[in-house]
Design a protein around this ligand. Structure first.
Ligand code: PL3
Ligand code: FE2
Ligand code: FE2
Length: 242
């Protein structure tokens, strides 16, 4: 039986994340990158709250449930605010607002047009899958305080993704066309958000390829769950590359 070369052992360690090298959380370069990443997460959680409340106004029978999700998002926001404080970092909120502006604009437009399917896709699938992928990768390289908070948050994000999946699944017959069209417009925005954050993320020792991989897993799994077939999912995913 062949023995593992030491390099392969190192690779195995990294894949499971347990041996990824931790950054220096006190360095200026770390804090500078963190001021933007932390702001993105705080803004993202705030907007997630607002988006679930908005969806609730269009779905009165689900309003209570959606309020619950919204409250969880505010709790996440407070948790991540504490993470920045703990490191002595002030979040760059204007940067984060600009970062979310295109997606935010599309959500607002869909709301105004009563396009519930588009709203669900943007918030409960794309944004939640983006959050889940980022939080998974971050947990492996976070400071101990932030790691604990993020571990709690990521569990909730699965509930949110699930909630969106269930709604889209139940409404797929009438929603499919809009779902595919909305994906074509909004998946490229997620891709470009990932590109914009990649440099700062790498300072936090978060790898870009790993982020993409985690995102594609969460995204494709959720489309499967909604009831799309492999060919439809492949077509939808291609919107990220073309
Ligand atoms: C929905 O519940 C939350 C929406 C937040 C989206 C955040 C995406 C974050 C991408 C940048 C990498 C962050 C790493 C985590 C650092 C605290
Ligand atoms: Fe959240
Ligand atoms: Fe969420």
């Amino acid at each position: 039986m062949p023995t593992l070369e030491s390099q392969e052992v190192a690779l195995l360690d990294r894949l499971d994340g347990s041996n990824a090298e931790l950054p220096d959380f006190t360095s200026e370069v770390y804090k500078d990158a963190y001021s933007r990443i932390n702001a993105i997460v705080i803004e993202g959680e705030q907007e997630a709250h607002d988006n679930y409340m908005s969806i609730g106004t269009m779905l009165p029978e689900e309003a209570e449930e959606l309020k619950k999700l919204g409250r969880m998002e505010l709790k996440h926001m407070r948790g991540f605010t504490a993470c920045g404080k703990n490191l002595g970092v002030a979040p760059d909120m204007p940067f984060a607002k600009e970062f979310f502006a295109p997606l935010h604009g599309n959500f607002q437009k869909a709301m105004a047009e009563g396009k519930l399917t588009t709203c669900f896709l943007i918030q409960a699938i794309l944004i939640e899958a983006f959050a889940i992928s980022a939080y998974h990768v971050y947990i492996r390289v976070a400071d101990p305080f932030a790691k604990k908070i993020t571990e709690g948050v990521v569990q909730d994000e699965y509930l949110h993704l699930n909630y969106g999946q269930e709604w889209l699944k139940a409404n797929l017959a009438t929603a499919k066309e809009e779902l595919i069209a909305a994906n074509k417009v909004n998946l490229p925005l997620i891709r470009s958000m990932l590109d914009q954050v990649a440099n700062d993320a790498s300072v936090l020792h978060m790898d870009r390829e790993e982020l993409m991989e985690e995102f594609m897993i969460a995204y494709q799994d959720s489309l499967t769950e909604i009831g799309l077939d492999n060919r439809e999912i492949a077509r939808m995913a291609l919107a990220a590359v073309v």
